[in-house]
Design a protein around this ligand. Sequence first.
Ligand code: GPU
Length: 809
Amino acid sequence: MKKWQDKEEFKKIFTEKAHVLWEKELRDLTLNEVYQTIAYMIRDLVSEDWIRTNEVYAEQKAKQVYYFSIEFLLGRLLQSNLIGIGLEDICRQGLEDLGWKLEDVVPQERDPGLGNGGLGRLAACFIDSLAALQLPGHGCSIRYQYGLFNQRIVDGQQVELPDNWLVNGYPWEVKRVDKAVNVRFGGNAYMRPTEDGELECVHENYSSVRAVPYDVPVIGYHNDTVNTLRLWRAEYSREDLYRELTLGDRHRAFRYKNNVQLISRFLYPEDSTEDGRRLRLMQEYFMVSAGLQSIVRHYKRKYKESMYKFDQYIAIHINDTHPALVVPELMRILLDEEGMAWEDAWDITCRTVAYTNHTILPEAMEKWSIPMFQSLLPRIYLIVEEINNRWLKEVRRLYPGDENKARSVAILWDGQVHMAHLSVLGSHSVNGVAEIHSQILKDSTLHQFYTIFPNRFSNKTNGVTHRRWLIEANPQLSDLIDEAIGDEWRLEPSKLIRLKTVSSDSAFLDKLAKVKKARKEILADYIKKEYDTNIAVDSIFDIQIKRIHLYKRQLLNILGILHLYYTLKANPDLRVRPHTFLFGGKAASGYGEAKQTIKLINVVANMINRDKQVNKQLKVLFLENYNVSLGQLLFPAADVSEQISTAGKEASGTGNMKFMMNGAITLGTMDGANVEICREVGMEHCVIFGLRAEEVMNYYMHGGYSSWNMYSSDPRIRQLMNSLVDGSINGEHFGMLYESLLDRNDEFFVLKDFAAYCEAHTEISRRYANQKQWFHSSAINIAHSGYFSSDRTIQQYASDIWRIKPVKV
Ligand code: GPU
């Protein structure tokens, strides 16, 4: 790559580019135009490498992976791309000469809200790691016009505003009209005999949607690899529109046009729960069909190999079940377009596809009603039916008379299409995202499949990219690490383990404490500016940031805070270590309990922050619109990482890893990746509390838990529960939460874990009192965070599942 040699060259190119783009003098540029100018300059720099990367892959016929995900939560790209190509400093200096600060330009970029939470952010970390490791791998998703809603808090309540993230254009994308494909919906499909006695499928009266790809470069870290994230947009096909119009039905024509445009208009505001909408199914098939068609076309044109060898050159990964239709869609292409026999097509499909499960919450398991599925995707339905028939025949042959077996592995059952079952059956690899989660899949959720295909199952513990979450988010800490152990960890995060050698060194720990303080100051400044609130940087910053969900138990956290408040009120002379509790996260728009939790947090926060008797010791804040960029400000400033989901419920969690990488101590349950975090760092460097997954499971299976008993036996709980409904919290009522905790027997064991949670907090305060000990733990956490780099995760996927190798560009 021909880079800007120095700031003078940067300034020269910037000036030329800005003139061409905006036709005005530099001094008249808006900050947003400055941002866009640099983005286009970076595009220019990488364009040759981008073309070259694809050429080299094709020349070498390298095996490639396509990572299909209904979400990619990218975050801003300007700074990470500058860091990736090693030009951040030159850019900063050049801008400074021209009168701008890079720090003011960066926030001009809007976070593309193309994801909800962990699943989408994982996909973004994964493509970052693929490029960093020079692996041939690309992302495939939808270019939603509106991302996840923007969250405002009004009177303590969540208000959802549309996230029109594309208003000012998106300089990182390239529209590729020449690569558009058509996707078919509706109509009718049936089998008919051909002249030579075979069966062929007829699909007629369907309507066509044009899928147009927008490509975003995924730039490798200090290498020449530029992979592609391909985002599909739905457009109406002019021919179809004109046909309707010439047939004289204007209403039908406009309905067609509107329906088509809806397909890529909104990202669904759900995280782990699914409310089965027709449009969502359309989105899933749209992404899958467009993606697969373009992969097959590229394979035939550039690799010029037989479709019988498809799986030797192509791996397809499905990020949870939202892209599970790749299984029948690849079958359709192989059967109908390539004329393959069923057995061959099935064999190739299973060898190509691999599946990751991200949840065991039963309500989050995707199922579609058969009538809806059939009317929307008639040809795909015929194929799914055939897959199911052949499969159940096989199962009944293997386990005669065992209808339970058949039921628990069926794809079509009870009038529904079971997407997880389709995914397991149609792939050669199934993995969970943390050890405990993979074990639960084998033991319960997918147990029957596991008995039939034990070798198909494995674990791939999640990871996060240390490039964004440490190097970019926390340059102060990154520099300190360089100083202590050299900078090799930037390329190989496992080298962070060398920090153990300085983790008891007082001089180092003092510097670590200074860095933490500096990051708390940066956050405090932001909070002062945005909320006009002062937070004390010598208080413990205790942070819970993630989607709001009953199983994640933000309720446990806020009830703990409320109890602390009552304790302080009842004991005016009591002095506790000052605490700042920060929350952030969005609630799905239709999720009443989650929204009421937000309200509770805000009302309690208000009550506490205004109370002069306690607000020197206690401060609570709910930060609006938690997203990737806000995360980059919060993780570096945290002392305590709240990871308090009900054991067995959080598949992995990935925020836990971002916190530890930035030196926060985990306060958590034995759930998801917390289990591995605390195994790596040692029990003495995290604080673990609460029921274990087996205990939770036991209560579910055999009963024996009554939240009313907790209410009767623990006066603290009684006081808290009463306060939810008696108006004592600023006159507000929280009936829905009260019901969930008491009348519906506290499904997530908030009250059961309450006492242990309070003790865990006491333990945190006790440990924080010894600063040297605290920062020793902090250092140990950073040292072990190398294991939780997505580079490690991706290497495991690459060697165990995809069988792909690095390619030097
Ligand atoms: N997850 Br399924 C989501 O964020 N959204 C989903 O629709 C589904 C799962 C999360 C899990 O809840 C979280 O535990 C995990 O760390 C993350 O996926 C990535 O694996």
